[in-house]
Design a protein around this ligand. Structure first.
Ligand SMILES: [Zn+2]
Length: 420
């Protein structure tokens, strides 16, 4: 679809959505307060006149205060867990489930997946959207889907070997964990498995991490982005160019704002991603504050698709750590660590005492030759690289490969025990 038609469709769907939300008491009250009428939305830029929706709004309206259809029309409930209290509840009509599957099917096709592929979904199923929705998308393409979930590595491997898995869906931490597992078993994934692609998502990660996963598993790694509040996975996906994530703009209107002021930032500038779902029936959300930090790539993509792209998520505005008055994002630390060949894959950021930061990081299995001086030298080198990136110098603690705790789910990278 050319940009003009795409933007016309966006505007039509945005107006329909605003109209529909007038019946939801939460939005109705907000429109009343600002004197806004659905017919005031004359262009997509008028989206700025609409109210924001936050995670707190979802929690306050739990369980179904933001539902825009009758309960009879709902066929699916998903939740998004928070750190405290009640989760956020998200409802799907039959059409919503179909649309979510359709958007993922587009994403799969965009990376070259076909019905001849065997897709092993190593993400957890259940209330979390990541597992089930990707499953539906792969089925829609016609892949044979193996709903393995995040089970044990032994079983994952058996399924891969016996059924010729070509595509997997994993978190970055599990991809590394699994690569180590294969190495220990003496299995070379390039020669002994049929794997060719991995969709890696659910946690933000860096370009360096992508390259390490690609090297360790011998696959093409594609980055994906989504959130339960907007259908789940498949809001944005990389094409074969791997140069930013195409956002399905016929389904979502994206904005990048300054998280402190709520004002839009210029194209190419980093800020908080705000999304409006314009093709949802059960629970559309206006200007949802994702807390994810990214920027829009305004230039057209070499692949010819007209949906604009987002840069990979560089962190969450909530993840920001303030260390000695300096803003630090865990992603910056990861980027530095992953660029040093002698460093392994697992790390932990420890904040203690008044404001002391220690980065504990594993050495790569082959890096240590028993010379303590060499170890100290490397430790200093890492600390210096981190200081250059962060503007604060952390203490660096190099530990043996395999000595930090590993998880099969989302990794916990920051432990904050400060007495501030
Ligand atoms: Zn592209």
């Amino acid at each position: 679809m050319d940009r003009g038609s795409l933007e016309a469709l966006q505007l039509k769907r945005l107006r329909d959505t605003v109209q529909k939300l007038e019946r939801v008491p939460f939005y109705h009250a907000k429109f009343e307060k600002s004197g806004l009428k659905p017919e005031d939305i004359k262009s997509t830029a008028d989206i700025r006149r609409l109210p924001f929706t936050t995670a707190a709004d979802l929690r306050e309206n739990y369980p179904d205060g933001l539902l825009a259809v009758s309960r009879d029309e709902v066929v699916r409930l998903h939740t998004s867990s928070g750190t405290t209290g009640k989760p956020k509840a998200l409802f799907f009509s039959r059409r919503d489930v179909d649309t979510a599957a359709e958007l993922l099917a587009r994403a799969f096709c965009m990376t070259g997946v076909t019905r001849r592929d065997v897709f092993q979904n190593m993400m957890s199923y259940g209330l979390f959207t990541g597992g089930l929705m990707m499953h539906y998308g792969a089925e829609k393409v016609g892949c044979m889907v193996i709903p393995s979930g995040p089970g044990t590595s032994e079983r994952q491997l058996m399924l891969m070997q016996d059924f010729g898995t070509t595509v997997v869906h994993v978190t970055p931490s599990y991809a590394f964990y699994f690569a180590d597992f294969l190495e220990k078993k003496g299995i070379d994934p390039r020669r002994q498995l049929a794997l060719r692609k991995a969709f890696v998502g659910a946690e933000p990660y860096t370009e360096e991490t992508r390259r390490k996963i690609e090297a360790a598993l011998g696959v093409d790694v594609y980055n994906s982005y989504g959130l339960t509040e907007m259908n789940g996975p498949g809001v944005a996906f990389e094409c074969e160019g791997k140069c930013g994530l195409h956002v399905w703009e016929d389904n979502f209107v994206m904005e990048i704002i300054n998280p402190a002021t709520g004002e839009p930032v210029g194209d190419g500038q980093t800020g908080e991603l705000v999304l409006t779902s314009i093709n949802r029936e059960a629970m559309p959300l206006l200007r949802y504050r994702t807390r994810d930090l990214s920027s829009i790539i305004p230039e057209p993509c070499a692949c010819g698709r007209t949906h604009r792209r987002l840069h990979r998520i560089t962190g969450r505005s909530d993840d920001m750590l303030i260390v000695r008055g300096v803003n630090v994002f865990p992603q910056q630390i990861e980027r530095v660590l992953m660029s040093i060949p002698q460093i392994g894959r697992n790390y932990l950021i420890l904040l203690e005492g008044l404001d002391d930061m220690t980065v504990k990081v594993e050495l790569s299995p082959s890096a240590f030759d028993g010379q303590v001086e060499r170890l100290e030298e490397l430790q200093n080198q890492v600390a210096e690289k981190l200081r250059a990136e962060l503007w604060v110098r952390p203490k660096v603690d190099l530990v043996a490969s395999g000595s930090l705790p590993v998880t099969e789910g989302k990794a916990k990278r920051v432990i904050d025990k400060r007495s501030l």
